[in-house]
Design a protein around this ligand. Structure first.
Ligand SMILES: [Zn+2]
Length: 349
């Protein structure tokens, strides 16, 4: 069997590296037409700057503003790529902008550069995207890997604290994801890849070991978290799937997205899910909880802003989200068992 692995060609992470967006684009683009996908707020934070830097490097710039990662927004962006004969798409912003840029560029077969303005989730460097279809959030789809990542820590460190804490939750959940992957390999014969798993675990380990630095919310913290997210993305590039970084805790998060009236951030939900799945895996869930508390991520339903009953319901339906074998098994948790897990880990009171 031959495996194809696609990594980003250029990764820049550091203070002020956004200034390199023009030269990097000249290296990777086949032409001079570029589409910037950004949000209302992130346009002011970095989108406008990227546009002017790109013009300065001789590019013709089109812009698509997106507020939600929906099929509609992807179609609009893809339409601009077609109409303006765009050679390169740049996603400037959080998860929404990056996902819309990722999927639209993939559909139109042009390369894509990821310019995250926050360290909130591991989609910044992965080939995986999550787009809502008819109001429902889909689990995930595989697209192509960003050809370059430009992570300016000066910008990322000014994002709201909550976003960086969420990023930590997304990375800590690599632990339970890899445990689930091992289990699926053992019980269901799912292909397991040691290198991808090891890289995923290492990324999570760095977050656990650096929790005190991260808690300072300095530029150093931003660098640590964004690098963890990028190396998580690399683990997914090796695996060619989200397996190394997405197990039962992600199923729980997707379930919450469907049933909670006001879901929280992806990484916040995954981090909280990881505490409960670690309990089921008999891992040191207390350590995960402690680290998430240290970095300011929610570890209870109340802090997450979700009702207890929705936590229980999400746990009980998580196994139905997609065909991915995890610690939840084929039949999932009963509501009684779900409640027990949530209480034992102090997620609900
Ligand atoms: Zn995730």
């Amino acid at each position: 069997m031959v495996r194809r692995i696609e990594f980003p060609r250029i990764v820049l992470a550091g203070h002020g590296c956004i200034d390199q967006v023009g030269p990097v684009s000249l290296e990777v683009s086949q032409g001079k037409n570029v589409l910037i996908v950004t949000g209302d707020k992130t346009k002011k934070v970095a989108g406008d700057k990227v546009a002017s830097l790109m013009r300065g490097s001789g590019f013709n710039v089109s812009t698509h503003i997106t507020e939600k990662a929906t099929q509609e927004s992807v179609e609009q962006a893809a339409g601009i790529v077609k109409k303006d004969k765009v050679n390169l798409v740049i996603g400037v912003g959080g998860g929404t902008c990056i996902d819309v840029a990722k999927v639209s560029s993939f559909q139109q077969k042009v390369p894509f550069i990821s310019v995250p303005t926050a360290a909130s989730h591991d989609g910044v460097g992965s080939p995986i995207a999550s787009i809502k279809n008819k109001g429902k959030k889909q689990a995930s789809q595989i697209t192509s890997t960003p050809i370059a990542i430009i992570a300016d820590t000066k910008i990322i460190s000014t994002a709201p604290r909550r976003l960086m804490a969420a990023g930590c939750g997304d990375i800590v959940s690599n632990y339970t994801a890899v445990e689930d992957w091992k289990l699926a390999h053992k019980l269901k014969g799912v292909l397991f890849m040691d290198y991808a798993a090891a890289l995923s675990i290492m990324s999570a380990q760095v977050i656990l070991d650096s929790a005190n630095i991260i808690a300072e919310y300095s530029e150093e913290s931003a660098k640590t978290v964004i690098e963890g997210l990028i190396s998580s993305g690399a683990a997914m590039c090796i695996a060619g799937s989200s397996r190394p970084c997405s197990g039962a805790e992600h199923l729980f998060s997707h379930a919450l997205d469907r049933i909670a009236p006001k879901p929280a951030l992806h990484g916040e939900q995954c981090g909280l899910g990881a505490i409960m799945m670690a309990y089921l895996h008999k891992l040191d869930w207390g350590r995960f909880k402690h680290v998430l508390e240290l970095v300011g991520a929610p570890t209870t339903a109340k802090e997450l802003g979700v009702e207890d009953k929705h936590i229980i319901e999400a746990l009980a339906m998580a196994h139905t989200i997609r065909d991915r074998y995890t610690i939840l098994g084929e039949n999932g948790l009963s509501k009684k068992k779900a409640e027990k897990v949530a209480r034992a880990t102090q997620v609900i009171g």
